[in-house]
Design a protein around this ligand. Structure first.
Ligand SMILES: *Cc1c(COP(=O)(O)O)cnc(C)c1O
Length: 497
């Protein structure tokens, strides 16, 4: 299997190269040259494997330059009870008839990002060894909150790497901020940016593709890579849990082998839902992929009209990991939907950079309508959804997952579609305890963050994850706040070059 760039189909690298480079030199994203197929028999067989073995089975189709032993080295280290709360890794909770919550937050940082970021460091160090890369790998991360912490936990003290995370100063939850400021490890750095997530992400992308900076790094025996979902090594682990969930539902007799399901994903950078798209095109039977947004609803408009327009207000919401106006992974979807037309992609994403807007062709609009449905909701609706789900089903969900539940409810009401449905549950409710408690109690209380956590524990009966309970007593290590214009200098200074 080789990988092409979305902005130059002639680029052809193997997976080890795609993973170490992170992003192609032309600014495009790496995409496998074909989508490997899974038969229904294979899906059935997967159901009898452990999560780590399911993952290894699927990775073998994508990472064909890895040996079986190398793949197992990665999966066995990442997907064990050493890192996850239980050995199902991705747990399925039954919410109500025919609706399943795929809980992806039982890892060390309590958000779905762990599913990929626990394995990415193994992919990356294995890839570097394979291509005989004799350099220190510098991971730069732009985060809207969850990626940063998950990447820090994944990479902390991993030999031959160092990691630097940028987050928007006022764009993350208090718990997320504390998680990052207190990060341990000798190879880690964290810095706040005066700006929003898109500023952080644009800054990181610009540093990645800056030849001058790359040369300075090279002269000092270093090379950049990315832990954001622009890295293929982030995306492919996310394909696994959709296939795994389907197999699990078949095994539990909840669905019949071959029966179609809907998948609902609370979406920001379009990585998680793109993984669901890959799972579908590999062979799991899917009716609709439902893209749920908060009031930063650029994707809802795009899927419904084919016009992507980021020229709009940016809102900070109670679901901060979805406060994004530029969804990077959409580029991969459009590359596939245009039958890998790199010149169209260059044209559209050039327009996005210069005018903040592009419109896709009619055939792509038709494909979007066929495969996706999209909706959004505001903060009040998010909170009232948390409240009503708790009332009705004694189930406590976080703000991001609540957006998905609400959008799904609307979808079901308007379409009457009764297809069984998997909702990606992307974070522990404790991670967004301020908004979650306000939703549960129907009022804001002025007790401190940690008392809120205890209060949610009393109400929900979900044990507080150890990683969050410990935070209270940890010292803050990282308090830098910089202007977005200084991001490049900050990186060089931190690396001591
Ligand atoms: C990152 C994140 C999302 C958005 O996922 P994308 O892959 O960026 O679309 C949703 N919910 C939570 C809790 C997240 O951390």
């Amino acid at each position: 299997m080789f990988y092409n760039s979305t902005r130059n189909s002639n680029v052809k690298v193997n997976s080890a190269e795609a993973i170490t480079q992170g992003i192609s030199v032309d600014g495009g994203l790496f995409v496998p040259e074909s989508i490997p197929q899974l038969t229904l028999d294979e899906i059935k067989a997967i159901a009898d494997m452990t999560y780590a073995d399911r993952a290894a089975y699927i990775f073998a189709k994508y990472l064909t330059d890895f040996t079986e032993a190398e793949i197992h080295h990665c999966t066995d280290n990442a997907y064990s009870t050493k890192n996850f709360e239980n050995d199902s890794i991705a747990e399925i909770a039954h919410l109500f008839d025919g609706t399943y919550m795929l809980e992806l937050w039982h890892g060390p940082t309590c958000a779905f990002k762990d599913m990929a970021l626990q394995i990415l460091p193994y992919f990356l160090t294995t890839s570097a060894k394979k291509i005989k890369l004799d350099k220190k790998i510098v991971i730069l991360v732009a985060t809207s909150g969850d990626t940063g912490k998950a990447a820090l936990e994944g990479f902390k003290d991993v030999e031959g790497t160092s990691i630097l995370v940028f987050y928007p100063e006022d764009g993350v939850s208090p718990m997320q901020k504390r998680q990052m400021k207190t990060q341990e490890g000798s190879n880690v750095g964290v810095c706040a940016i005066k700006g929003n997530f898109d500023d952080c992400q644009n800054g990181v992308k610009a540093i990645f593709t800056n030849d001058e900076v790359k040369k300075v790094l090279d002269d000092n025996g270093m090379i950049f890579s990315s832990a954001n979902s622009i890295n293929w090594g982030r995306l492919v682990p996310q394909v696994v849990y959709y296939i795994s969930a389907y197999a699990e539902l078949v095994k539990d007799n909840e669905i019949k082998l071959g029966e179609k399901i809907n998948i609902v994903v609370p979406t920001g950078n379009f990585g998680n839902i793109l993984a669901a798209y890959y799972a579908k095109h590999m062979g799991i039977p899917v009716n609709k992929l439902i893209c749920a947004s908060n009031i930063n609803n650029v994707l809802t408009d795009f899927i419904n009209t084919g016009v992507y327009d980021r020229n709009r207000n940016f809102y900070t919401t109670v679901s901060p990991s979805m406060d994004i106006l530029i969804s990077s992974n959409l580029e991969r979807l459009l590359y596939l939907m245009t039958d890998r037309n790199d010149s169209l992609i260059r044209d559209w994403f050039g327009k996005l950079a210069s005018e903040g807007k592009y419109e896709v062709s009619d055939d792509v609009k038709a494909k979007l309508k066929d495969e996706f449905s999209a909706g959004f909701c505001d903060d009040d609706q998010t909170k009232s959804t948390i409240h009503s789900i708790f009332d009705k089903y004694s189930y406590t969900c976080d703000t991001h997952t609540a957006v998905a539940v609400k959008v799904y409810k609307d979808y079901k009401e308007t379409t009457g579609d009764n297809t069984k449905t998997v909702i990606a549950s992307t974070a522990s409710p404790y991670k967004f305890s301020v908004a979650v408690l306000e939703a549960l109690e129907g009022k804001n209380s002025d007790i401190d963050e940690y008392d809120k956590v205890s209060r949610i524990a009393e109400l929900s009966n979900i044990p507080v994850p150890a990683a969050l309970a410990d935070l209270k007593n940890k010292p803050e290590r990282f308090n830098d706040v910089i202007d977005k214009a200084n991001q490049k200098d900050y990186v060089l200074k931190t690396l001591g070059i």
